[in-house]
Design a protein around this ligand. Structure first.
Ligand code: ADP
Ligand code: ZN
Length: 758
């Protein structure tokens, strides 16, 4: 027997190896193995077994990693699809389906030493004083970790070993699982009685799960699955409902149904909403009763060991439910009955490095391949998903009201052009928002202020000569961080000291000043405005460790904070009944980005942030400060009118043939020498033009400088392709780019269905 192995180096090629006699029967498709490659030892995955090879003198597999095959045939197939559709090396796609902690050669369970009391034979021997003290503890506990005992008894392992010599205890090595939620106390919950709209949605979802049992859609072997993303069957649902409309309760009950059918489930949530509260809700429902199962959690804040253990709980079938961020879509749940993608419109589902997959789209493909039902949930669905409903590809399920029948918050749009009149510079707070905050402080209610920009100011400018402090590596201005007295680049993290005078030799003006506002400035201005108020800031600068996030949210919930200022981080998923006011400092900031999704993003963000207000007994109020108050994205968000926004926005997209009316491939050429980059881009464009006759609708735009022309010392130029036939285009691009000869210091990145056009 020989094994075909995909190595962890992107060679776009598989290699044959002999299976040595001692490993016969142990190597299977999906086994992770170590093999010799030239002078090196390399890890890889077995993709096929065969009787013979076209090559002679095969080298043998050196060893197998892990007790079980790590990549199941279904995940292998999914990885192949990712490689093809997202135009990356199959090895790279395959690598991404296993967490690093599982892939490693020495990956393993943590072994710990456990001290156990042995049955006493005869009388207790005479012990030294120290030994006696240790014995007292062990005898009472019966079983204790050696490390814990040593700490508790303030002793050494040697003393404990003495007890072992006396035959009083045994010290054995045990596998101990690292459970990231071990210290949480979880109270079981029962399913709630669904309201009428929930019941309808639930009924349709579970009917589809039943249907899946008899096989569902059949997909041929390997590579031919890609078109499924373009032609999904009706087992994909879009659950459209505002926050608090009861979506999560439907997820929980649908998962219960899948478990009853003997199937497992994957729940994807954006990293940012993987709060302990979210995880707890899922754990609590399945912590007892006939459907009891472990709920595995996968996200980036886990330690490598925790991730290893969580993943293996899934692989061993002990955890039937997985909740996690993007990469949890590759969890080896089998058989898989249900995939939930909550907040499906979130851009964090797209991986911004190779393989540049979109977890929501991968979920749909995986659902197809494994006949699992896919439920996408959102209060502000992506235009793509809503369009797919209108095309009859997905089934739309709507929840129109909040479960508690609470009113949506009242949204007031404040025209900042008015507020700016007669002021020096742009004010941070309009008089209306100031007044509203004063009221909340008097009434002991809480306020959330949102600004999606950290730091103190957006730039350091000289009012005399116009000098702006820019990053030497990137084409953006540096942000001033006041506490640290530093200028920072938010792209490459370059840091500079603040110059005491304008660095322009001819100017040297000492009165350089800070323009624009970041969260630090909001916090500082607030402190001056309301000296008594308890204010906290939540952004990437203050939330360095995972405990920070928990602590601040805990304090906020406990009413120890009056005003919470933050970025994106506070926009979603949080539920605080005492928050009755939300202020959005500059609502139109995202509108002026050179991106066809700028309006959609603004609409989504405003709707999400506004949803933070009024989740208790008191009606909420939202102040949206904007310089373009009549922009449709702002006005539709003000009226909570998704349908209106959708209708208007799709008209624009259709005219310009942007998604959902086409698919986009973004080709970015990067290099330190801009001339070479431009030359290569022009050359690539000519190659692409030759493809045009093969497509009905291929649009080639560019090359043009990327919105962020220079990042981390690299110049970037882009070509944007648009077509409805993306599967076909991906295949052509794979061929074309592999044949493309680029100057040594120019690289090409291909991004299929990009969400970040930067
Ligand atoms: P969403 O996921 O849409 O934000 P949730 O499922 O979290 O909504 O529901 C919001 C709140 O309403 C939660 O506290 C939930 O427990 C409660 N809830 C949901 N469905 C029902 C129901 N049918 N009856 C009573 N309470 C419900
Ligand atoms: Zn930079």
């Amino acid at each position: 027997m020989i094994a075909r192995v995909s190595l962890e180096i992107a060679l776009r090629k598989e290699f044959d190896y002999a299976i040595p006699p001692e490993l016969t029967g142990a190597v299977d498709v999906g086994s992770r193995v170590q093999v010799p490659f030239g002078p090196r030892k390399i890890l890889g995955v077995v993709t096929a077994l065969a009787e013979e090879s076209a090559h002679t003198n095969l080298k043998p597999i050196l060893k197998i990693i892990g007790a079980q095959t790590l990549v199941t045939p279904k995940i292998l197939k999914l990885a192949r699809w990712i490689g093809e559709y997202y135009c990356c090396a199959p090895e790279t796609a395959l690598k991404s389906v296993l967490p690093e902690a599982v892939r490693k050669e020495d990956a393993g369970w943590r072994e710990r030493l456990l001290v156990r009391v042995l049955p006493l034979v005869g009388d207790l021997p005479k012990l030294a004083k120290r030994q006696q003290e240790v014995w007292n503890i062990v005898e009472e506990r019966r079983e204790i970790l050696l490390s814990e005992l040593v700490a508790l008894a303030e002793t050494t392992a040697a003393t404990v070993r003495k007890l072992e010599d006396h035959g009083l205890v045994s010290i054995t090595s045990e596998i101990s699982e690292r459970d990231p939620y071990a210290h949480e106390h979880i109270l079981p919950t029962q399913p709630l009685t669904l309201n009428a709209e929930q019941a309808v949605a639930f009924g349709k979802i579970i009917a589809a799960i039943k249907h899946g049992e008899d096989g569902g859609l059949k997909i041929g072997n390997g590579a031919r699955a890609p078109s499924s993303i373009l032609h999904p069957q009706s087992s994909t649902f879009l659950l459209h409902g505002v926050t608090g409309s009861g979506k999560t309760e439907i997820y929980l009950q649908a998962i219960a149904h899948a478990l009853e059918q003997g199937k497992g489930a994957i729940v994807l949530v954006p990293e940012i909403s993987l709060t302990p509260q979210t995880v707890e809700r899922f754990k609590a429902r399945f912590s007892s009763g006939p459907l009891q199962t472990l709920v595995a959690v996968l996200h980036s804040h886990l330690s490598a060991g925790e991730r290893h253990d969580e993943w293996h709980k899934i692989r061993q079938g002990r955890a039937r439910i997985v909740i996690g961020a993007r990469s949890a879509i590759f969890a080896p749940v089998e058989p898989l009955g249900l995939i939930i993608v909550d907040e499906e419109h979130e851009h964090t589902y797209k991986q911004e490095e190779t393989p540049r997959y979109h977890a929501r789209d991968v979920a749909i493909v995986r659902g197809q391949m494994e006949s699992a039902v896919v439920v996408l949930g959102s209060a502000t669905p992506s235009l793509e998903s809503f369009y797919n409903c209108q095309q009859g590809k997905y089934t739309l399920l709507e929840l129109r009201d909040r479960v508690d029948n609470q009113k949506m918050p009242r949204v007031r749009v404040v025209d900042m052009r008015q507020a700016a009149r007669g002021e020096k510079g742009i004010p941070i707070f309009s008089p209306q928002l100031k007044e509203a905050m004063t009221q909340r402080l008097e009434r002991g209610e809480q306020t959330i202020l949102f600004l999606n920009r950290r730091g103190f100011s957006t730039s350091l400018q000289c009012p005399k000569c116009g000098y702006v402090a820019e990053c030497p590596n990137c084409s953006i201005s540096l942000t001033f961080h006041r506490q640290e007295q530093k200028l920072c680049c938010h792209i490459c993290n370059h840091v500079e000291r603040v110059p005491p005078v304008c660095p322009n030799e001819k100017c040297k003006n000492p009165a350089i000043r800070y323009a624009g506002t970041g969260t630090q400035r909001v916090e500082e201005t607030l402190a001056k405005l309301f000296p008594q108020a308890r204010i906290k800031r939540m952004d990437a600068d203050t939330m360095k460790r995972k405990e920070d996030y928990r602590r601040v949210l805990g304090d906020f919930k406990a009413g120890k904070i009056d005003i919470l200022v933050g970025t994106q981080m506070i926009a979603k998923g949080l539920h605080f009944p005492n928050v009755t006011l939300v202020g959005i400092i500059y609502a139109d900031m995202a509108l002026h980005q050179p991106d066809f999704r700028a309006s959609e993003r603004t609409f989504q963000l405003l709707t999400q942030v506004a949803g933070r207000a009024g989740r208790g007994d008191v009606e909420g109020e939202v102040f949206v400060q904007a310089f373009t108050p009549f922009h449709p994205a702002i006005q539709f968000a003000r009226r909570h009118d998704f349908a209106g926004f959708y209708a208007q926005e799709t008209e624009f997209r259709e005219q310009l043939k942007y998604p959902p009316f086409s698919r986009v491939a973004l080709l970015t050429l990067k290099g330190r020498n801009e001339e070479k980059v431009i030359f290569s881009a022009d050359h690539l464009r000519r190659d692409l033009e030759k493809e045009q006759p093969n497509f009905k609708d291929l649009v080639i735009a560019g090359p043009a400088p990327a919105p962020l022309l220079k990042a981390e010392t690299f110049y970037r130029h882009q070509i944007m392709l648009r077509t409805r036939q993306m599967t076909k285009l991906s295949a052509r691009l794979a061929k074309l780019t592999s044949e493309l000869v680029l100057p040594e210091d120019v690289t090409l990145a291909v991004d299929i269905d990009p969400v970040n056009l930067g």
